[in-house]
Write a protein that binds this ligand. Structure first.
Ligand code: L34
Length: 307
């Protein structure tokens, strides 16, 4: 770990930049608020239905942040809080009602769901044209094909937007993705390899079945970490000058905090910050962008009604 730090030149250390996701998200939200106001003038108030089943504390906090972001940008949000014992059929019936409601342009069912509910069945019940999370097979298929008329899942879209707006050139670079989830790893890897501006990378995906992930991460010009575990990436795993995007949001116990926990990412931030050229913090990196892309997708869904 020490060795990687000491080989750095002063100019490399000076060039390290924190990607301020909160600030970039705030800039995009100004653009979104303008677009929402334009739609309202056409008689369409963009609306999203957010369904939360149960009371997982992290989910409650994300959903609350989503509602607040909607009200700040002029998007109407319809919140459904359903008890943890809600059956799969009851949830599907609620989704069917929202599919048929013309004032609802987007539907989001916050994940994870209680164990007795089949997530895949729920995602498939959402009308693809209202699936602002981009989790429906139709939208994931369109993403894979590079078609722009679907919805891109919010965290992957937010990561791509952070890279573009930070001036990171991905074309011809080696991007390594750590994690293969359907909501982050798989879609972001596929976005990075599209033959498009802001993408066109060579992509490697590492996961829990990769025996020596360090072998790959050390080659990464761009490292996307969505492993869901603190300190998954340590300083020895980073190539000097790499761009590191930390998708993790982990709650670790901290008695000095009133809440009893603090948030950390999947990356050992303090150790890698002097080595990387760009790095996203947690909190204040990818998280605010996830919410912002949800707003952007809701505008996209509502705009379809105007055309
Ligand atoms: N359906 N389920 C559905 N859609 C999603 O897009 C999500 N996700 C993930 C979990 N389940 C989902 C989210 O909304 C993760 N996620 C999410 C959203 C926002 C933030 C983190 C994760 C976020 O705003 N994080 C803040 C700190 C939040 C805090 O203080 O608790 C940050 O600055 O990182």
């Amino acid at each position: 770990m020490q060795r990687a730090v000491t080989i750095l030149t002063i100019s490399q250390i000076r060039s390290m930049k924190i990607i301020d996701g909160k600030k970039i998200a705030a800039q995009i939200r100004v653009e979104i608020a303008r677009e929402a106001a334009d739609l309202v003038r056409l008689g369409i108030t963009p609306g999203i239905a957010v369904i939360l089943v149960g009371d997982n504390p992290a989910s409650v906090s994300y959903v609350t942040a989503k509602e607040r972001a909607c009200s700040e940008t002029g998007i109407r949000s319809f919140m459904s809080r359903m008890p943890v014992e809600t059956t799969q059929d009851e949830l599907i019936n609620e989704i069917k009602r929202l599919n048929a409601d013309d004032s609802v342009h987007g539907i989001l069912v916050q994940l994870p769901l209680p164990k007795h509910i089949d997530e895949s069945a729920i995602i498939r019940a959402i009308a693809p044209e209202k699936d602002v999370d981009g989790f429906h097979p139709i939208n994931l298929g369109k993403l894979l094909l590079g078609e722009d008329d679907g919805f891109t899942s919010c965290t992957p879209a937010g990561i791509m937007e952070l890279l573009v707006r930070s001036g990171v050139d991905t074309s011809g670079k080696h991007a390594v993705v750590l994690g293969r989830s359907n909501i982050v790893g798989k879609p972001v890897a596929n976005l990075l390899l599209q033959k498009k501006d802001g993408a066109n990378a060579t992509v490697t995906i590492c996961h829990t079945g990769t025996p020596d992930a360090t072998h790959f991460t050390r080659q990464a010009d761009i490292l996307i970490v969505a492993a869901g575990r603190p300190n998954t990436v340590t300083a020895d795993m980073i190539k000097p000058g790499a761009v590191v995007i930390d998708v993790g949001v982990n709650r670790v116990p901290d008695t000095s905090k009133k809440s009893g926990f603090r948030l950390v990412g999947d990356v050992d931030f303090d150790a890698i910050a002097p080595i990387a050229s760009f790095v996203t913090p947690v909190p204040g990196g990818v998280g605010p962008m996830t919410i912002t892309m949800l707003l952007a997708n809701t505008i996209k869904a509502a705009r379809r009604c105007a055309t």
